[in-house]
Design a protein around this ligand. Structure first.
Ligand code: NAI
Ligand code: MG
Length: 357
């Protein structure tokens, strides 16, 4: 089968790590004896594109990639373009344009990676964050009192949007995901003591939906306490479901606990499969290390594994994850994991290990 990929490397290290991810994917396709192949269309959207054309992507950008089987994304954002312009102009435009309402972010220990978390109860951390990806705190609703700008009295409003349908679909998604795992448990994270409308609605939907899943254990936390729980009792976590902002923050924390932001993979899914889903690492464009060839490609290559799984290439997804694990087990680590290997070296090792696993 031939899969059409829309590849958007974006900015900074996004370009460097997507190049590596594509190298892995093309290699796997070549080795598949014609079983599957990728036809990739590259889109040069991002901050450089913005500086040249005054927009982050083409006006009909979403239209241009709507028939692809999946989107493979690097990262967006670079000094010179305000971050809210770059994020909304490209990444959020795609997530929301394609109604990719479920963002899943696995957090896993990799063998051979020095952990930042040496917890007595945890030697094999493996949980999954489910992020509401279409509304919540990133609804984009609000405005600024520009008339007041520069007066010292400007007012800005930033509203969160919680719909019953939006809460229900992501919470159900989390429960369904929990059922596929050995330990069936869903932890819901809100701040419904302080955010008394939207998050209380979320809690009520959670309580209602949980009744349909009597076989799944549940737990509810406030986000501040959950941040501590991540560090103190990670063994209590299995599937964690949270709003757009909270899960965004918690996923960086989770990946740092497992070693580095550089290893965290993510999938922005349209679970109904009406529109393409997008696969990207959790990290951003890391301007501080861009252009040096030292970025950790594991998060983006792990996202390629999530993409393979989504495309129905389940065995290949497992194989790729095993090759990543074998590579870190061998001590072939990039700098952010305490090693000295470059982006390209780590990828070469992963490609080599594909034959071994
Ligand atoms: P960041 O994730 O780009 O970097 C945070 C820190 O982690 C930096 O010190 C960086 O060097 C390090 N790091 C990140 N990924 C790494 C990797 N693969 N290998 C080694 N080290 C890595 O977050 P930051 O600095 O807050 O944002 C930089 C830009 O990225 C901003 O413009 C921001 O808006 C954008 N951004 C974009 C995202 C996306 O496109 N999905 C997500 C997060 C941020
Ligand atoms: Mg983030």
């Amino acid at each position: 089968k031939k899969f059409r990929l829309a590849v958007i490397p974006g900015d900074g290290i996004g370009k460097e790590v997507v190049r590596e991810g594509m190298r892995v994917l093309q290699h796997m396709a070549e080795e598949s004896d014609g079983n599957f192949s990728f036809e990739s269309d590259y889109f040069p959207w991002g901050c450089e594109y913005y500086l040249e054309h005054g927009k982050m992507m083409d006006e009909d950008g979403v239209e241009k990639i709507k028939d692809h089987d999946a989107i493979y994304f690097g990262a967006v954002g670079f000094p010179g373009v305000p971050d809210h312009v770059s994020l909304w102009g490209l990444r959020l435009a795609i997530c929301q344009g394609f109604d990719q309402w479920a963002n899943i972010r696995p957090v896993e220990f990799l063998p051979g990676v020095p952990r930042r978390l040496n917890h007595p109860n945890v030697d094999d951390l493996n949980w999954i964050l489910v992020r509401e990806n279409s509304e919540g705190e990133y609804s984009g609703i609000g405005g600024r009192n520009f008339a007041g700008r520069g007066t010292g009295n400007e007012v800005a409003v930033q509203s969160s949007l919680f719909t019953e349908k939006g809460c229900e679909r992501i919470i159900r998604f989390a429960f369904d995901l929990a059922r596929t795992r050995d330990r069936k448990k869903v932890t819901s994270v809100t701040k419904s003591n302080a955010q008394q409308y939207g998050m209380v609605l979320w809690d009520e939907v959670f309580a209602r939906v949980s009744k349909d899943y009597p076989d799944v254990e549940t737990d509810q936390w406030l986000v501040d306490a959950m941040a501590a729980q991540f560090v103190l009792h990670p063994e209590e976590l299995e599937v964690v479901v949270a709003s757009n902002l909270f899960a965004d923050i918690l996923s960086d924390l989770g990946s740092a606990l497992a070693g580095s932001l550089g290893i965290a993979a993510s999938a922005n899914l349209n679970p109904e499969r009406r529109t393409p889903s997008m696969f990207e690492s959790v990290h951003g464009s890391a301007p501080d290390i861009a252009g040096k060839g030292v970025a950790n490609p594991i998060g983006t290559i792990g996202s390629a594994a999530l993409m393979l799984d989504h495309l129905g290439l389940k065995d290949e997804a497992v194989q790729l994850n095993k090759a990543i694990e074998e590579t870190t087990r061998q001590g072939i680590l990039p700098r952010d994991l305490g090693g000295s290997f470059d982006t390209v070296d780590v990828t070469d090792a992963i490609i080599k290990n594909l034959a071994k696993v």
